[in-house]
Structures are given as structure tokens and as C-alpha cells.
Design a protein around this ligand. Structure first.
Ligand SMILES: Cc1cc2nc3c(=O)[nH]c(=O)nc-3n(C[C@H](O)[C@H](O)[C@H](O)COP(=O)(O)O)c2cc1C
Length: 170
């Protein structure tokens, strides 16, 4: 699939078919994260693949979002060095993990799979469920599975509203 097609097709999927994700598809999605860039190429991350029913259910409770437990796979994107602040004042770890997760969302489309970025969850509860050390931070939970009803139209601002040239304009 062409990149621009994958970008257009990617959407948040909150309803999944009740069927497992084949191992080779999962590995290709994870490979897209592995190849993502990171500050200084430090790759201070870990991707926890969750397939057990009980854990997915617990994660859905930590997120207060039932559909999370209905996705056959949830991937926790974890920074193993969440202290790093870039010279520009922005936390590097969140940027690194966001890029890796976005790579996975696009690779998933290429595999006929759907994803949804989950940012609304209890850090402490999810950490306990997955036995993640306190020195690490979960940047995102990503649900993954076969979408039941893909193809929602995208609601986005126009290019004119979000782009300006040379200097900032309101
Ligand atoms: C940082 C971030 C956090 C998000 N958190 C959640 C979430 O907790 N639950 C959810 O259902 N969707 C979540 N989303 C999905 C957004 O609602 C969705 O990307 C947005 O509405 C645009 O729709 P689309 O992804 O279908 O294009 C999140 C997306 C991002 C990028």
C-alpha cells in the first residue's frame, strides 16, 4: 500500500472483529515501531504486547473504555527513560514514542488492521497490571485488531486554517 493511502485510510477503530491478529501481521506492525526514529537513536522504549483476556479487561478498566478490552491485542508503548527533556523544552520520550506508535498505526492499515491510540488511562493502574517499573512511563496504549466497520469520513481543519508561511499568524 502506498504511504499516502495508508495515511488517508488510518482512523481510530473502536469496534473489532472477534478474531485474533495473526502473528506475522503483529510482527510487521512491531517492526514498524522498531524502525522508527528517536532522539539520538537511543530507542529507550519497550512495547508490551497484551493478548490475555484478563489483562486486556483490566486495561480497559484502567482506561474506563470498554472497547479496549474487546480488541484482541493492546500494545503498551513504554518509555524506559522518561526524564529526557530536549533542548527545546519538549519531553523527548513522548515524541519518540508518539512517532513509534504512529508508525504502528500506519503499518496496521497496510495489514488490514485497525488501531486506536488510548491516552486516557490511569498510568498507575496500567503500570500495576503490566508490572512496569516506576522508572518507566506508559505513553500510549494502542488497541489492535480487525476493524468491524472501517471507512468513516475524516473531520479535519482546512490547510488554510493550520498552515502559515514565514511568520506565525492567528
Ligand atoms: C494523543 C491521543 C490520545 C487519544 N486518546 C484516545 C482515547 O483515550 N480514547 C479514544 O477512544 N480515542 C483516543 N484518541 C483518538 C482520537 O480521538 C482520534 O485520533 C481523533 O478523534 C481523530 O480521529 P481519527 O483517529 O479516526 O482520525 C487519541 C488520539 C491521540 C492522538
Amino acid at each position: 500500500m502506498e504511504l499516502k493511502e495508508a495515511i488517508k485510510k488510518r482512523e481510530s477503530i473502536r469496534d473489532y472483529e472477534d478474531k485474533p491478529v495473526p502473528e506475522e501481521k503483529l510482527l510487521r506492525v512491531l517492526e514498524a515501531a522498531r524502525l522508527a526514529p528517536s532522539g539520538g537513536n537511543r530507542q529507550q522504549w519497550k512495547f508490551v504486547v497484551v493478548r490475555e483476556d484478563k489483562k486486556r479487561h483490566e486495561l480497559s478498566q484502567a482506561a474506563g473504555q470498554t472497547f479496549v478490552g474487546k480488541a484482541p491485542v493492546v500494545i503498551a508503548a513504554v518509555s524506559t527513560m522518561p526524564e529526557n527533556i530536549m533542548k527545546c523544552g519538549i519531553p523527548g520520550y513522548a515524541v519518540d514514542l508518539a512517532i513509534a506508535v504512529d508508525h504502528m498505526t500506519l503499518a496496521a492499515v497496510d495489514e488490514g488492521l485497525g488501531t486506536c491510540w488510548i491516552g486516557a488511562f490511569s498510568q498507575e493502574e496500567a503500570r500495576d497490571i503490566l508490572k512496569i517499573p516506576e522508572s518507566c512511563r506508559i505513553v500510549s496504549l494502542l488497541t489492535l485488531g480487525f476493524p468491524r466497520q472501517p471507512g468513516r469520513p475524516k473531520v479535519r481543519k482546512s490547510i488554510d486554517e493550520i498552515v502559515c508561511y514565514e511568520t506565525f499568524e492567528q
